[in-house]
Ligand binder design. Sequence first.
Ligand SMILES: Nc1ncnc2c1ncn2[C@@H]1O[C@H](COP(=O)(O)OP(=O)(O)OP(=O)(O)O)[C@@H](O)[C@H]1O
Ligand SMILES: [Mg+2]
Length: 291
Amino acid sequence: MPRIALVTCRPGPDVSTDRDLPVLAGAFEAAGAEARVVEWDDPDADWAGFDLAVIRSTWDYSWRVDAFLEWAERCGALTRLANPPEVVRWNTDKRYLGQLAAAGVPTVPTRYVAPGEPAGDLPDGHGYVVKPASGAGARLAARHRPGEHGAALAQLARMHAKGLTAMVQPYLGGIDVTGERALQFFGGRLLHASRKDAVLTPGTPFDERKVAHPGLRPWTPTPAERDTAEKALAAVPGAPELLYARVDLVDGADGEPVVMELELVEPNLFLHLHPDSLPRLVEDTLAAAKA
Ligand SMILES: Nc1ncnc2c1ncn2[C@@H]1O[C@H](COP(=O)(O)OP(=O)(O)OP(=O)(O)O)[C@@H](O)[C@H]1O
Ligand SMILES: [Mg+2]
């Protein structure tokens, strides 16, 4: 009887509730496995007592990345961790987008500004986004109008003071029309996809709490979306070790999908939209636990 840890975080005012957890736990039990919901920073957790620990909703980690990565290393040494610690480390720093671009994967054009570096030229000819290279839930992200640099510089300074590298990207206006599509993979194959509307409305201050998934609904991915998502995943160091992956796509200036984000740490699965995905998800996870 495989023992599986579903790894989450402590409930708090700043983290949303993982609606998938009870559903998953029930499905694993029904399949003859023993499933436990465990908080990643629980000092009493016995990681060695599990055949597999699946990171599910550690949605507080971006506030404490170092502690989280240390935990992933430790946990990965005691049991099989999905995804593996090296993948988790790679994915917590969005400089990976630059690596994907260098590997020929269509990505959102991105310039990085590390703490101590000058802001450089901020865009005058088009709207743009400034956001942290490590974060979630659009935290500290904001959209600026062309030539509007005061608020962007203040935002950069605030991120740098927190030790965060900033990313500067053109605002991809296609998102206002065709939204953002999240393609969820499991066991190396597409599981399901969802679509959500644009998060950054003009004038939203960077320090305001954002609605993370406005207008969320099921989506049937186009061949171009599948192709770009598969290219992105193939470029991940450790790609064959991935149990799960979510690829977030938006339409670029030419209307073709580009990668906005690869979520290989704690993707929200949106199972309430995709109840039919549960059996395969359980099957693939059990296979990983027995491997
Ligand atoms: N270059 C951009 N053009 C248009 N919209 C953008 C751009 N960058 C970010 N956004 C908007 O901001 C949201 C959050 O950005 P992103 O996904 O990069 O950060 P995140 O903090 O990891 O978010 P989450 O964890 O909610 O996915 C996106 O879902 C999108 O709506
Ligand atoms: Mg995102």
